[in-house]
Structure formats: structure tokens, C-alpha cells
Design a protein around this ligand. Sequence first.
Ligand SMILES: Cc1ncc(COP(=O)(O)O)c(C=O)c1O
Length: 407
Amino acid sequence: MSTFPVAKIRQDFPILQQTVYNRPLVYFDNAASTQKPIQVIRAISGYYETDNCNIHRGVHFLSQRATEAYEETRNLVQRYINAASSREIIFTKGATESINLVASSFGKRYISAGDEVLISIMEHHSNIVPWQQMCLERGAKVKFIPIHDNGELDMEAFRSMVNEKTKILSITHVSNVLGTINPLKEMIAYAHSFGIPVLVDGAQAISHLGADVHDLDCDFYCFSGHKMYAPMGIGVLYGKEKYLEAMPPYQSGGEMIKEVRIDRTTFNELPFKFEAGTPNVEGVYGLHAAILYLQELGMENIRNYEQEILDYAIDKLTAMGDIRFIGTAKEKTSLISFLIGSIHPYDAGVIIDKMGIAVRTGHHCAMPLIEYYKIPATVRASFAFYNTFEEIDSMVDAINRVKQMFG
Ligand SMILES: Cc1ncc(COP(=O)(O)O)c(C=O)c1O
């Protein structure tokens, strides 16, 4: 039996203390967004109670204190993901904005007609559409690495698709539909052997595996705060200095400039060159608290407990007989996508919800992947370290109810 202190941890999450439809809330929609511990909530309200102010350049006390906290969080993120310098840490709205930034800015600097961008069929729309848009503008082409039916990337196909036209590989660390953990180190080393930089979409990895950008040797890595127990509207783009220096600004305005004259502008140094306008300071305070919270729990402890939850869920659902899992890769994080017999996922989702359990049904912003499997949608249950074995049992009861009603 697990020794992970889940009961104590749950006390930190006020939202989990409630009932819905007269049942205890079971929250299995963590891949969409995680809940926030009281430490994060307090960090945000504390910011407004004592520190609220616009940052940078202000000489007064509040501005200096808020600026220090903001920049200290940048240093914390740098250490958390093991980046070489805080100049390589850019605060964004989230993973989507980070990818848009790279697609637009890297695209302008490095991509021309006839070039290729390599992504995979398992990407979230936010790692597809920005590349499609940029390629449309520049006359370049997006190519999709295929997968095997178990949800693992087809590595042979990947190797055959890399060529002298490939200008960047943009790949998810973990699939938000399949849970597959991609073999990034192997892919990055292979891309680098052709001189091709790699962006990693870490939106689904950061709260389960953490990230070590030095070890991965990726050129860009991005994630969203709200999927790692921090607030919405804050995220991170890590980029190697050599690329960030060479890339033009993404947005223009205050903060990203050094000097503005009526006929010309010079840009600020990194990372400010990519942070135009007033940033999300409260979000940064919350992100700081969330990282400290994760560090206190320990990423390895989190990983081990979530693996136990995942194994338990897979065993229980397998024993039910007519569950079809979508995504059975050997290396997976703690989410399961499935179909119950021939019952439409939306019908299943409505009944499961009425039993107090929040799962997600749909295409999960990965329509090309859903199309690949020739299915209408999936039911997705995605777990966090505050979920319990008893909650999995409740989901099994709910699935049995779905089967009684529609089977
Ligand atoms: C793999 C992946 N990438 C990117 C995103 C986009 O994240 P956000 O909407 O926070 O920018 C998501 C969100 O679900 C995701 O799962």
C-alpha cells in the first residue's frame, strides 16, 4: 500500500472538499487544468494585499518589492527546469502563447519557401495551428510524424522524415490524449545531428515528470502554469540564448524596448525583449508558490504515486471487459483515454458527471489524432497526486451505471 500522504495533501486543496450532485467531487480532469493548493491561492491574494504594483523601473518601495519577487521567480523557474541562465526564461500566457511566439519569431528569422517543419500526429492543436499559419505565410510545409496503434511514435518514420529541408522539430513531451511519454532524448540527438533545433511542448509533462532542459538538450521548452497547480494566464518559454538572441521580438510595446525615437527603436536585452507590456505579476507570484509546493512534495514521490494510481485504474478498467483503451504506450503518464463498448463518449460523460466525477469527453484539441483512430471522441480521466484509489473505484461504479443505461 502506498505511503504517499494523500489525505494530508488533499487538505491543501479547498475545492476538493465540496460535494457535487450530493456526492464528493472526484476531479479527474487534471490534464485540462489542475486545482490550486491554498499556498498558491494565498500567494495571489497576498500579492494584492501587500505588493500590488507594476514592476520594473519603478523606484518606489512596492515596485521594487514586486520586481524582486517577479525576477526571483524567473530564477526559481531557471533552477526548476535546469536552464543555464535566467535570460533564457520568458514569461508568457501559457504553452499556446509560447509556441506562437516561437513559430512566429523563429519562422521570420529561419524559415523560407520550400522549408519543412516536423511535428507529430499526436500534437495538441496549439502545437499544430501556429506552425500551419506560419508555414502558410512563408510557403513552407508542416509534416506529421505518424504513430503506431499503441500510441507510440513511429521512430523509423521520424528518422526517414528528417532531411535538409527540415528547419525545426516541434514535439510534445507527453500526449494529452494518449499519455505517451515521447523518447525525446533520442529524437533531439537525432535532430541535432542534422543541425535542427527542437521545441518541446511540456504542457502535459511538467506536473508529472518535471523537466530538465539541460539533460534533454532541447532548444525550446514550454509549459502552462495552470496545468502545474499555478494560476491561469501564466506560462513559460525556455529558449537557448543563441536562438532567442537571433530571433526578432514577437510583440512590441513597453518593456521590450531599450530606446524609442520617432524614427527608430532599439530592443531590450533578453528576456525582456520577448515580454512586451505589463506582465501577469499575480500569476508569477502564484507560479512561485506552485513550484515550491511541487519541490516540497518531490517530483519523484509524485511520479511514483501517480504511477500506482494509473496502474490501479488500468487494472480495474481492464477487468470490466469491454473497455477499449486509446493509448497503451509502455511509457505513460497518469491519464487514460477510453471507450466503453459502443457507447458514445458524450453519453458516458454526462452520466459519469451526474455521479460527481469530472472526466473530459471529446477530441481533446487533438483532432488529427482522433481521426487517426477513426473514433468520434474519447472519455479521458487524467489523474493528479491528490487523487485516490477510492476515487478510481467510484469511477468504475459510474462506468457500470453507464453500461446499465446504454449497454
Ligand atoms: C499537450 C498540450 N499542449 C499545449 C496545450 C495548451 O495549453 P494552454 O491552453 O494552457 O496554452 C495543452 C492544453 O491542454 C496540451 O495538453
